[in-house]
Design a binder for this molecule. Structure first.
Ligand code: NAD
Ligand code: UGA
Length: 335
């Protein structure tokens, strides 16, 4: 299969690229090495991919359609896996305009390509953050998602709505994946697993937001990638509804779906810190901080719909995944 993969220098993108390459797909990756976090790590991830014969890399901003089209030449993908975005919940409070470009304008470009190239499936990263201020747990795809609490979340929800429009107007099969706080080797330095392990190993204090009164459904990256590839291989089909029957918010008369991809095993933040302390073998120096704007209090994925669709659901225990992450960190940073 010919796959256009965006965000290939990113955390999830690199893992997805490795799996697609290993199974023999013809992969073109796009990334522009945004300086949101250490660009050296992004280049090191690319070193894992660049020597593979069935992988080609285009370094370009997805906002620049013409520049990418000229580098693609006559090559056209069968499917698109769109993982590039400006991530981070709290960063969107201070830098909203970056999100408009990378998450909205770039996404529109992806939709236009999907339409004109008539791709068999556009699969893209949404986020657990779309559940916003919802308090009913676990989160189900059928829950209302009209109350985002960060601009990041709003752009991810906007992606789902934009995708539906293209599924309806042009019959483009689209699937949005609501990833729940992803961690593992090659993880993002701005996220809690990396920040906490890094600080504890260096003997520096960690900051714990909302005095630890938060819960996250941390999900191991291999489970995310396994789920994502299975979804990529199963485009959604249009559903039929009896006259007068309205589709719920996760289904449609158009070939459109959204799925939660999470571990369905949320942990309290302080238990999470303890798991990292155990893996590192050192107790953290903890500084308690107030709740941060944009943060949600708890996440918890219901993955019943995902399991019914692909016969798989994430299940890596947090302690197993964190041990693998810390082993990678120590090896990579010689720490
Ligand atoms: P990441 O930042 O490591 O990877 C994203 C990559 O996209 C980066 O390498 C970046 O350089 C690239 N990129 C950003 N804007 C671009 C643009 N305009 N043009 C070209 N490339 C661009 O993030 P990640 O953790 O791998 O996340 C992948 C996707 O999953 C994102 O869409 C993110 O919003 C989503 N997501 C991640 C998590 C998580 O916990 N990691 C959870 C939910 C959703
Ligand atoms: C993460 C990603 O950063 C988002 O890109 C993604 O969309 C989102 O998951 C998602 O699931 O949709 P977040 O859950 O905030 O967002 O992940 P972390 O930054 O790793 O934070 C996890 C928890 O640790 C949060 O409760 C956060 O408040 C807390 N935290 C984080 C701290 O207490 N201290 C820190 O220094 C950092």
């Amino acid at each position: 299969m010919k796959v256009l993969l965006t965000g290939c220098a990113g955390f999830i993108g690199m893992h997805a690229a490795q799996r697609l390459i290993a199974r023999g797909d013809d992969v073109v990756g796009i990334d522009n090495f945004t300086p949101y976090y250490d660009v050296k790590l992004k280049h090191a991830r690319m070193q894992q991919l660049l020597d593979k014969p069935n992988f080609r890399f285009i370094e370009e901003d997805l906002v620049n359609m013409a520049a990418i089209e000229s580098q693609l030449g006559t090559w056209r993908p069968d499917v698109i896996l769109h993982l590039a975005a400006q991530p981070g919940v709290r960063y969107s409070i201070d830098y909203p305009h970056v999100y408009a470009q990378s998450n909205l304008v770039a996404f529109l470009n992806i939709l236009e390509w999907s339409r004109h190239w008539q791709v068999k499936h556009l699969t893209y990263a949404s986020s657990s953050s779309v559940y916003g201020g919802n308090e009913k747990l676990p989160f189900k795809e059928t829950d209302p998602v009209d109350h985002p609490v960060s601009l990041y979340a709003a752009t991810k929800r906007a992606n789902e709505l934009m995708a539906h429009t293209y599924s309806h107007l042009y019959g483009t099969p689209t699937t949005g994946l609501r990833f729940f706080t992803v961690y593992g080797p090659w993880g993002r330095p701005d996220m809690a697993p990396f920040k906490f392990a890094d600080a504890i190993i260096k003997g520096q204090p960690i900051e714990i937001y909302n005095h630890g009164q938060q819960m996250r459904d941390f999900t191991y990256v291999d489970d995310i990638v396994e789920s994502t590839l299975r979804v990529l291989d199963r485009p959604p089909v249009a559903q039929t509804f009896a006259k007068g029957q309205e589709p719920g918010c996760a289904e449609s008369w158009a070939p459109y779906r959204v799925f939660n991809i999470g571990n369905s095993d949320p942990v309290q933040l302080m238990d999470f810190v303890h798991t990292i302390e155990q893996a590192v073998g050192v107790e953290a120096n903890k500084i308690m901080k107030p709740a941060q704007p944009g943060d949600v209090t708890a996440t918890f994925a219901d993955t019943t719909q995902l399991e019914a669709h692909i016969g798989f659901t994430p299940a890596t225990p947090l302690s197993t995944g964190i041990e693998k992450f810390v082993a990678w960190y120590r090896d990579y940073y010689k720490a």
